[in-house]
Ligand binder design. Sequence first.
Ligand code: APR
Length: 182
Amino acid sequence: MEVLISGTKLALLQGDITVQDTEAIVNAANSGLLGGGGVDGAIHRAGGPAIAEECRRIREEQGGCPTGKAVITTGGRLKARYVIHAVGPVWSGGQRGEDELLASAYRSSLELAREKGIRSLSFPSISTGAYRFPLERAAGIATRTVVEYLKEHPGAFAEVRFVLFSPEVLEAYRSALKNFVR
Ligand code: APR
């Protein structure tokens, strides 16, 4: 699925984020920037040790990355030149600001990319794996936040992609996005 939002192509596709040719890819990281499983593990494996090395430096300088925020490193050996490490919330029932923190993780990533002059980026489905955020709810927040940001910053990006790992996740994002575009 592909839509045009204020001059930016917004694409939803099923696939592996580590092979995307956008200028940056977003990682679903943790606050310690310590790497892990899921998409985080896949990105570090594919991109090589330069990514962890920069993460370590950021950890030393600013003590990691708070939930809802994002930091940027090299893409190492990836096709993408940069990795934006966004930290989504761990789901714990919905009463601890999880919705706002998830929206903030997407917004912070877009803000960082725009500041760097990055023209294209790919997002995974942040928080819906190990962090157990309910999929449909996360898909609604992710698509709404990105669509709003693109409308607020027309022409800032050429392309934003959601790269979803399974047909089930793709379907959740597709039906969520349909609510925001005609
Ligand atoms: N490409 C795209 N999506 C992927 C890939 C990949 N190569 N690998 C996994 N995914 C998907 C998962 O299927 C899920 O839909 O990414 C989504 C997010 O799942 P997680 O990677 O578990 O991320 P999250 O729920 O945000 O948990 C973050 O997990 O790995 C640790 O260090 C990470 O502690 C952090 C936590």
